[in-house]
Design a binder for this molecule. Structure first.
Ligand code: ATP
Length: 872
């Protein structure tokens, strides 16, 4: 295999047959054929058959299969067949649900799949990383995930975090120099970059040398393949609950088995009954219903621009009580336009600049040189702050590309949001000049001189005061201010952070970034919903406060704090005041993590937005880390639980409302399943305790639990949003879903269903025919559980939330009733399900009784539940 670190850039290009303008479309197919797609082979996906077979691994299904075998041996071939058929249909349903959930999750994953910036046919374009081929020239910027291994061909202070490969968390400084030697360790291949690592600083142009499984990470990818999607806390909680409940039910079943045998039932009948009771009562579908409802819910959220990367975050979303949000682009439009300029002691409106004024011209030229943005065919590429400067230059007919060609860039120190500065070294009239732009407070502290029309003079406190006054004036209007300085650096060919001092200040440029129209109402919605919005920004405190005031985040200036003030506070002190602060200005990414922690320690569930490479830790620390889809770096997206496709604050608020609804829907589905199962077990307990005959044939319980139960549960999970969901305070995350109040409701509702079922059973018994009684009990239990589906749609009565607002429950119930009708009336099937025909008055009794729980519970909700009441 070729190694590339010990070859020159030219040799590498030649070896891989790559020309200057990158690959041409015509070359791609051949390369793809040779090297395949740029992807790591995922752990094999389960085939449909494997998913189907895995349905039989369930403990309950195994019990059922044993029961089928036992009954077949004892000559009860018919019941063995029924059990088998029911189990198979149940497994088919389970498989369909599993595949549907998996599909919607993988389509979500595709939405947040990484992209790469490549040079193809001479143009820089963005493509999915999967489509990168060997020989592609890719561009790397700070915050990018590196999607393939490559040889660096142009380097601008590139630093890369290679911890995924080497375990070393310090960034590695890269260069383009050829390395002599063989067997150089990965960590020492300074002229190469590797897939799976990410750019922490600077930028580079890289020639792709290996992709997919041939990359260094690909070689160790086997280690990564087994990473399974973890269960959500709710699922773990339910699984644990399910296991405990199963033990209790197995004990009850065993007791009933013994009692029945003692009372003279044959061992096989008693055994079959105990088994079916266990199957009917153990809520084995809980965890899978949660997955399905979550998967369907996240699909809907994706359509509304919120892409969930981690399922468990949907649960936390509903209880968020604090949103820490960036300002630029999230609360504001990120469409900046230059408003005013300050230089030579004058404030000048944007279109009143004098091109012949040397200083004014110098300021505009500086803003184009210390700048990476371009506009090509009316398309703006780059950071909006810099785009605004390019557009500003156009007013004076400066073309950024012509200027940059004339005053060539020799070196640069890229912008980073910790330092808040950017510098370039340019050739200006046969000498070299370093141009620096950035936040005024930082730049002013590095400046020692000022240039005015009188020439260059020392920067005095008087100058500083005047400049700061103007800055304050701009900022208090909500304008963003950039300051500019320069210094000659004749004998330098590279520059570093250490050169950013002794600057000559030349002026300020202010720009407007108006708030998004939706921000104001989204902030108001937040506050109404008991959620505290907090603005965290790298921008100036006065600018940030002005914007925060406009959109309703801040009322009083005392609620704003700067990064340096925060730095002075201990964690305890920060915790004590955190609730009083609504705006953090001039913060660095490290401050964000402290703010999140302080809120969390106060018992809050915190959402935090981020876009930069250094935001990763804060995004991970937050309960829901939210990355920007448009402006966010790949690193931020990778660390986040949710990606905002439109970078919009109001989308966060919308997804919280979705999160609240999804949680409530899940809770209602669980209630439906548990209350129905409770009804079954209470009926059997009643019959056993009072020495009545067995109330159901085993197949009856199997029919209900395995066939008519899961569809209504899913349908309840699809209940549309409650309009009032954002009028309430956030749910307390410490109250478990299965709390006492919930348990009491489940028991009571189960009891009502059990009572009507047993009344029906008694009516049947009064005819003297045990078989009729069993059919009546079975039909009543099945129907009342189906009708109970309507009760479980909401805490409110369906007459308040809309009888037809959730058509899926109607479909599920109608299908259930149809299936039951077939079982009760179609001859050959009746036999299989041990059903005897009922007469009209018996049908009337069954239907009337089955409607009673529905009527009673709806009446209760209409009379006693206030329209503002919600699940806790
Ligand atoms: P937010 O954190 O809300 O997104 P922001 O965009 O202002 O706000 P940063 O990008 O960290 O935050 O910028 C911080 C400061 O750095 C800005 O207020 C500005 O003064 C300066 N700045 C921003 N972009 C550049 C740039 N491209 N070059 C030089 N300085 C910049």
């Amino acid at each position: 295999m070729n190694t590339f670190y010990n070859k020159s850039v030219e040799d590498t290009m030649k070896l891989l047959e790559v020309k200057e303008g990158g690959l041409k479309d015509s070359e791609l197919d051949k390369r793809r054929e040779k090297y395949g797609f740029n992807e790591l082979e995922e752990g094999k996906k389960k085939s449909v058959l494997a998913v189907f077979l895995s349905q039989f691994q369930d403990f309950l299904v195994i019990i059922l299969l044993v029961a089928a075998i036992v009954s077949a041996f004892l000559g009860k071939l018919e019941s063995a067949i029924v059990i088998l058929v029911v189990v198979i249909i149940n497994a088919i349903l389970g498989t369909v649900q599993h595949i549907k959930a998996e599909r919607s999750l993988s389509s979500l994953k595709a939405l947040s799949s990484p992209i790469a910036k490549v040079l193809r046919n001479g143009n820089r374009i963005e493509i999915p990383s999967r489509e990168v081929v060997v020989g592609d020239i890719i561009y790397l910027d700070a915050g990018d995930y590196i999607s393939a291994d490559g040889r660096i061909i142009e380097n601008y202070s590139l630093q890369v975090n290679e911890s995924s490969l080497t375990g070393e968390s310090e960034s590695v400084l890269k260069n383009t120099e050829k390395i002599n030697g063989e067997d150089v360790a990965i960590g020492d291949r300074k002229n190469m970059v590797f897939s799976g690592s990410f750019v922490t600083y600077g930028r580079a142009v890289v020639l792709v040398t290996d992709i997919g499984m041939n990359t260094e990470i690909g070689k160790i990818a086997n280690l990564l393949q087994n990473a399974k999607e973890k269960k959500t806390p709710l699922q773990v909680n339910l699984d644990n609950f399910g296991k405990k409940l199963a033990i209790v039910i197995l004990v009850i079943s065993a007791v009933i088995l013994v009692l029945n045998v003692v009372r003279g039932t044959s061992i096989i009948d008693a055994f079959m009954f105990a088994v079916s009771l266990a199957v009917a009562a153990i809520p084995e579908a809980l965890s899978s219903i949660v997955t399905i409802v979550l998967a369907l819910g996240t699909q809907k959220m994706a359509k509304e621009n919120a892409i969930m990367r981690r399922l468990h975050a949907v649960e936390s979303l509903g209880s968020i009580s604090v949103i820490c949000s960036d300002k630029t682009g999230t609360l504001t439009q990120n469409k900046m336009t230059v408003q005013q300029v300050y230089t030579d002691d004058k404030v000048i409106q944007k279109d009143h600049l004098n091109k012949d004024d040397q200083l004014q011209k110098k300021l505009v030229l500086s803003s184009l040189l210390c700048n990476d943005a371009v506009t090509v065919e009316n398309k703006e590429i780059g950071d909006p702050t810099e785009v605004a400067l390019v557009n500003f230059g156009e007013i004076y007919s400066f073309d950024e590309l012509v200027i940059r060609d004339k005053y060539k860039r020799i070196a640069e120190v890229p912008f980073d949001s910790d330092r808040k500065l950017m510098s370039t070294l340019n050739e200006v009239d046969n000498t070299k000049m370093m141009v620096t732009k950035g936040a005024l407070d930082v730049l002013l502290s590095r400046a020692t001189k000022i240039e005015t029309s009188k020439g260059i003079e020392p920067l005095t406190d008087g100058h500083k005061k005047e400049i700061e006054k103007i800055n304050k004036e701009f900022s208090s209007k909500g304008l963003r201010v950039l300051s500019f300085g320069y210094k000659p650096l004749e004998d330098k060919s590279t520059i570093g952070i250490e050169d950013e001092n002794d600057l000559i200040f030349i002026g300020l440029i202010s720009m407007m970034d108006p708030p998004r129209e939706e921000s104001m109402s989204a902030v108001a919605d937040c506050i109404k919903a008991g959620i505290k919005p907090v603005m965290i920004t790298g921008d100036h405190k006065i600018t940030a406060s002005a914007i925060a005031k406009q959109i309703g985040i801040l009322k009083d200036e005392s609620e704003a704090m700067e990064g340096y003030e925060l730095e002075k506070l201990s964690d305890e002190e920060l915790k004590a005041i955190v609730e009083n602060i609504s705006v953090y200005a001039r913060v660095s990414p490290e401050h964000k993590i402290r703010i999140v922690r302080a809120w969390q320690e106060k018992g809050n569930v915190v959402a935090m937005t981020g876009d930069g490479v250094n935001d990763g830790p804060a995004l991970k620390q937050a309960d829901v880390g939210i990355a920007m889809g448009i402006t966010g770096t790949e690193v931020a997206k990778d660390a986040a639980a949710m990606v905002l496709a439109d970078d919009n604050f109001s989308t966060i608020v919308k997804s919280i409302s979705n999160g609240r609804s999804i949680y409530e829907n899940i809770k209602n589905s669980i209630k439906f399943l548990l209350s129905g199962n409770t009804a079954g077990i209470l009926s059997v307990l009643y019959a056993t305790l009072f020495a009545l005959p067995i109330p159901f044939a085993p197949v009856h319980l199997l029919f209900i639990n395995l066939l008519t139960d899961s569809l209504p549960a899913i349908a309840i999970g699809l209940e549309p949003h409650n309009k009032n969901i954002m009028d309430r305070k956030p749910r307390n995350i410490n109250i478990p879903i299965l709390n006492k109040e919930f348990g009491i409701e489940v028991l009571l509702e189960g009891l009502i269903i059990a009572i009507v079922t047993m009344i029906s059973f008694h009516i049947g018994l009064s005819t003297g025919n045990h078989e009729v009684a069993m059919v009546m009990a079975f039909a009543t239990l099945c129907l009342s559980r189906l009708f109970h589906g309507f009760n479980c749609r909401s805490k409110q009565s369906i007459f308040k939330v809309g009888v037809f607002a959730n058509p899926f429950v109607w479909y599920a119930v109608i299908l259930g009733v149809a299936l039951l009708t077939i079982v009760l009336t179609v001859k050959p099937i009746m036999g299989i399900f041990e059903v005897v025909p009922l007469n009209l008055s018996q049908y009337i009794s069954v239907y009337s009784l089955a409607l009673i729980p529905f009527v009673l519970i709806q009446l209760y909700k209409l009379i006693f539940v206030k329209s503002t009441d919600s699940d806790k």
